[in-house]
Design a protein around this ligand. Structure first.
Ligand code: AP5
Length: 217
């Protein structure tokens, strides 16, 4: 049975970390608009050049850009058994666009999992985050450290810190979340799709909370 999920939460809530675990367990793809945009920035594609300024300042990339990305991505064959949307939608306009595009594709959402973490912990998580350049695996210097400093434990790739993970940009990203994305909690509550959980505790404990939700236990 297809599993069509959204992970909702502020920057640093653990959406990417949990999405990767869902990918392994359910063999469905993670669709991270942030990852797709960062890859476009790296390739200096026209979309990447347009997105870079917004991302570096902690602002959202315009809705029409990300809606187009997701619309195309959902048509790929690996989405046939479902998907985990990570970082999309982020505005009410994006949520409305998603609803329309899923209806046009004859699909529906199963769950919107909202992960909450308080601001001090979000700041600590983001400023300590490191990501593998080669395979994308995420680490945290204190909470989930790599075995070898600056090297990925899975593939040996080099670890890097994201450009938008500086403290000043992070504060702006949290404000943007409060203003533009947090209203989606009420939006999906009114659609009877919202399932909320605390995003604190171990990564595995949080994953078990998500599994209980999506498997209806
Ligand atoms: P995006 O890449 O989506 O970033 P984000 O939403 O800000 O989320 P993050 O990736 O920062 O956090 P996360 O929740 O995935 O946390 P993670 O699992 O890494 O967006 C970046 C930018 O792209 C945006 O600012 C915007 O400009 C643009 N963009 C993207 N999508 C867009 C859209 N739809 N519309 C418009 N613009 C868009 O965890 C964080 C750290 O904490 C890691 O180090 C991890 O190891 C650690 N950690 C995780 N879980 C735990 C735990 N339980 N305990 C301790 N540490 C933990």
């Amino acid at each position: 049975m297809p599993m069509n999920l959204i992970l909702l939460g502020p920057p640093g809530a653990g959406k990417g970390t949990q999405a990767k675990k869902l990918v392994k367990r359910y063999s469905i793809p993670q669709i991270s608009t942030g990852d797709i945009l960062r890859s476009a920035v790296k390739d200096q594609s026209p979309m990447g050049i347009k997105a870079k300024g917004f991302m570096d300042s902690g602002a959202l990339v315009p809705d029409e850009v990300v809606v187009g990305i997701v619309d195309e991505r959902l048509d790929k064959s690996d989405c046939v058994n479902g998907f985990v949307l990570d970082g999309f939608p982020r505005t009410v306009a994006q949520a409305n666009a998603l609803k329309a595009m899923l209806a046009a594709k004859g699909r529906t959402l199963d769950h919107v999992v909202s992960i909450s973490v308080d601001k001090d912990e979000l700041l600590e998580r983001i400023t300590g985050r490191r990501t593998c350049k080669a395979c994308g695996k995420g680490y945290h210097v204190l909470f989930d450290p790599p075995r070898l400093a600056d090297k990925c434990g899975e593939c040996g790739g080099e670890l890097f810190q994201r450009d938008d993970d500086r403290e000043d940009t992070m504060v702006k990203r949290l404000d943007v979340y409060d203003e533009q994305t947090a209203p989606l909690i009420a939006y999906y509550e009114s659609e009877s799709l919202l399932r909320s959980l605390p995003g604190t505790g171990s990564i595995d404990d949080i994953f078990q909370r998500i599994v209980s939700i999506v498997e209806g236990k």
